[in-house]
Design a protein around this ligand. Sequence first.
Ligand code: FAD
Length: 470
Amino acid sequence: GKADIECDIMVLGGGPGGYSAAFRAADLGLSTVLVERYATLGGVCLNVGCIPSKALLHVAAVIDEAAAMASHGVTFGKPEIDIDKLRGHKEKVIGKMTTGLAGMARARKVNVVQGVGQFVGANHIEVTTAEGKKVVQFKQAIIAAGSSVVNLPFVPEDPRIVDSTGALELRSVPKRMLVIGGGIIGLEMATVYSTLGARIDVVEMMDGLMQGADRDLVKVWQKFNEKRFDKIMLKTKTVAVEALKEGIKVSFEAADSSVAAPEPQVYDLVLVAVGRSPNGKKIGAENAGVAVTERGFIEVDAQMRTNIHHIYAIGDIVGQPMLAHKAVHEGHVAAEAAAGEKSYFDARVIPSVAYTDPEVAWVGITEEEAKVKGIRLEKGLFPWAASGRAVANGRDEGFTKLLFDAETHRIVGGGIVGTHAGDMIGEIALAIEMGADAVDIGKTIHPHPTLGESIGMAAEVYEGVCTDLP
Ligand code: FAD
């Protein structure tokens, strides 16, 4: 058939993976089309994920910190919350960022085509736009169509039952709220809503919250947050959800005989945050010959190529961890490979952060993973109770932990729990990428007094140099 638009490279999906790939491809001289169904670029992350959640979490952190000042001799009184204005603030943040992205696309002459794309061949995609169907012909393509929220089959449609997108809409603050799923997204939203005044229960099927993080980090977070929650129900399955006039009735079952099933409860708001699933089966991939797994993932090689040599895939749609910074990195690799560069994905580690209060951040191998794999680790741990800055901040509950290979003494992992942990974990990622050992880190002069200094201190603890903690 005839094509309406021809290009060197077509990127499907305008999320962090897709726009990063499109911008890099254009910078490398390829004529680039970016297909996105929504009016704004930025995907899940910018519109209904990373950024709006952080706008709200920042407000929550300020409210909590203001309240904590009472014990330092400063009282602000009860916060007055104008929820419409707060929502407006969040919308403004998103607007600033999406406007910026649109400008960056224009500056690079990336042709953004708004509409739903479906592959119709190995070199063609059909885009259903407001002005009808358009066929884009491409020499190469990058699939960056992301992921969608997973719904529980037994959950009815009701405005009082929301997913993360609904929770971010912040329509009202409920009295009693249930968060189904104790992962990062659920706990971040729980942090926001509890600070705004909701009483919150969390139900999680596994035996701990924030799966993937070492338990010592999570323990600190959980102890600090004890008062935030009414109940944290672990090893508990949610088995029925009923929309009643007086609220949403939720029934539970014990996941195994070691715990008792809690009684059914009635909530004003229920957030379902049980994970996300890849969009591989929704884009007509089969028409292009691109293989999609049973679960909807697209498999790729180190250059992010699919089984079809000229079609790449990146971001949430290619696998875990479903994180924006992974999508961006992969987007750059794919665009560079498509432009003929010898780029490939060789990052050793991808950091994870829960932007809760305190923050929990980890990177590289964890102690739990090492145990399972039989890898011998040694650690250096610096408790923030010994950090002058953390004590001055009134937030010394955290710690910084570095994990070293027992033979080479090179750093292979690390974790931080405490305020601003997410801002600090990048240094540990850099150290791992550079093959740093404990001496490299310990002998690097960190500014005093900072929280980041705790990374140097942890290395010195490991080295046994630092026997007299300040
Ligand atoms: P997406 O962002 O999902 O973008 C895919 C895009 O493709 C979408 O814009 C979609 O509209 C478009 N699309 C799909 N199919 C079609 C089609 N057929 N035609 C046209 N367009 C199509 N990650 C972090 O790293 N840090 C965080 O703090 C963080 N917080 C999060 C908070 C929440 C509440 C959620 C839900 C997620 C969060 N994430 C976070 C995860 C992060 O949002 C994703 O990992 C990231 O957005 C993935 O980027 P992507 O480019 O692969 O896909």
